[in-house]
Design a protein around this ligand. Structure first.
Ligand SMILES: CC(C)(COP(=O)(O)OP(=O)(O)OC[C@H]1O[C@@H](n2cnc3c(N)ncnc32)[C@H](O)[C@@H]1OP(=O)(O)O)[C@@H](O)C(=O)NCCC(=O)NCCS
Length: 439
């Protein structure tokens, strides 16, 4: 990702149409600089929106130190008794999301979307979101993405859960380890070392895992408890896996909670597990499955197709819950489709209706045996040998990384197609996407 795009995304003016629609209801849309006291008011609003207590001074300082990469937007009500605290907040940054084929595509990452309870259902969130989508599209960013508090909010703007996640609760007394014994070693490490190592391992795997984005440094500080405002950082434990040559290939972070009534029924929650290869994965997971005194291990933001399920002796020892997790939204159809690679040679016509009018239209996608896709406008009429799919931006975004097939969406009545199996084959990808954190 080039720095120029990052800067233009960060500093560009607010969207005129969004500002005008908010002005009509007496509100002001403004960029919020990374400086006090502007950030104080903005963070107070975000905390209120997410039902958190008021941020303490050190949290504000920490957020400023770590959060400068974010473009912060506020909607202000001049009539409010606290006019410096926005009634709407929105953050975004120019990121890149990994897509099939070991490549990454620019993506506008969105976060901190809140509207004050006193001002909800007046169109404030819609104005901010539509303004953001236009802003990103105007910069040529082909995708937008976010993780959500509620599944029902973002489909109307063309977002879909393109990277589902699973949450695991493992009864470790029942799930004995049946996977390979990794040749390297697992060792406990201090948190500050984990803070240095884990991002390096994650960066090595990120681009090879569709759905993943770079984890911002402030998030790593939270995961490892190395942020200045950390609450009980000593609860966080860290282990590394090193291969036989001594190179660290995996890091895991977790907290343990003792069961005072029965020590052998204590619990571990894995907050992050990054493994660069199959051996590191096996080494770290075996460590957790075999931990003394632990009866339950929980982990979330895993993929829908974890090797772990095939590494325990009793699959029913794992209770797996499917979640929607990472939402994507295609903003530029040719750029998004040409950005990823393909598993099968073929062709499909995608006739896309965009609920917000940013992208859409009828496009022919042709993929070759080398995995390259080419996209051009298609004027019709329907050809007999190329499947045609009529779908919304939401459905295109859902199928973009291959997490759901067009055949499944057709069976669900979400897309119409002349040949579901052929259409599905073109966008399919053999690996389940994953995003290993929330943003
Ligand atoms: C979700 C939230 C940002 C919506 O803000 P808002 O300004 O009230 O939303 P708008 O008035 O712009 O509503 C736009 C559309 O979304 C719908 N909508 C709003 N909140 C919704 C919700 N929680 N669930 C489903 N739909 C919702 C509205 O009905 C409206 O629909 P329509 O335009 O298609 O008729 C706000 O309720 C909020 O801050 N919630 C708490 C924090 C949160 O969960 N933020 C989201 C983080 S991912």
């Amino acid at each position: 990702m080039d720095d120029d795009l990052r800067t233009r995304h960060h500093d560009g003016p607010v969207d005129d149409a969004a500002a005008a629609s908010l002005e009509r209801i007496g509100l002001e849309l403004r960029l919020v600089p990374n400086a006090r006291p502007a950030v104080d008011g903005w963070l107070h609003a975000v905390s209120r929106g997410f039902l958190d207590p008021e941020p303490a001074d050190e949290q504000i300082a920490a957020s400023m130190a770590a959060g400068g990469y974010r473009r912060r937007i506020g909607v202000f009500d001049p009539g409010s008794p606290q006019s410096e605290v926005p009634v709407g907040t929105f953050a975004s940054w120019a990121a890149e999301v990994s897509v099939p084929g070991g490549v990454a595509v620019p993506m506008a990452a969105i976060s901190a979307v809140t509207v004050a309870p006193t001002h909800q259902r007046r169109g404030i969130a819609r104005a901010m979101m539509e303004g953001k989508l236009r802003h990103a599209a105007s910069l040529g960013i082909p995708l937008a993405g976010l993780t959500v508090s509620e599944s029902t909010i973002y489909g109307r703007y063309g977002f879909a859960p393109a990277v589902p996640a699973t949450e695991w609760v493992i009864d470790t007394k029942r799930a004995t380890w049946a996977g390979p014994v990794a040749p390297g070693r697992v060792d406990a490490i201090p948190r500050d070392l984990a803070r240095r190592l884990a991002p390096v391992v994650h960066e090595r795997i990120r681009v090879h895992r569709p759905g993943e984005i770079a984890i911002p440094p402030g998030h790593w500080d939270r995961f490892t408890g190395t942020n200045p405002d950390a609450d009980k950082p000593g609860r966080i434990r860290a282990v590394q896996y090193a291969d036989p040559s001594g190179t660290v290939r995996g890091v895991a972070l977790y907290t343990a909670t003792e069961n005072h009534d029965d020590f052998t029924k204590s619990r571990v929650r894995i907050t992050s597990l990054v493994a660069e290869d199959a051996q590191a994965y096996a080494g770290l997971w075996r460590y957790f499955i075999e931990l003394a005194l632990i009866a339950t291990v929980t982990a979330s933001e895993l993929s829908t197709d974890e090797p772990l399920w095939w590494m325990i002796s009793d699959q029913r020892a794992a209770t797996i819950t499917l979640n929607d997790h990472h939402y994507l939204r295609v903003l530029d159809i040719p750029a998004a489709l040409q950005g990823r690679r393909y598993h099968a040679a073929g062709a499909v016509v995608l006739d896309v209706a965009d609920p917000v009018g940013i992208s859409g239209g009828r496009w022919l996608l042709e993929t070759d045996a080398a995995g390259i896709g080419r996209v051009r406008p298609d004027d019709g009429p329907d050809a007999s040998d190329i499947p045609v799919v009529r779908l919304g931006t939401t459905e295109l975004s859902a199928a973009y990384l291959g997490a759901v097939s067009l055949a499944t969406l057709a069976a669900a009545g979400r897309v119409e197609t002349t040949d579901a199996a052929a259409a599905a084959r073109v966008l399919s990808w053999p690996e389940a996407p994953q995003l290993s954190f929330w943003y």
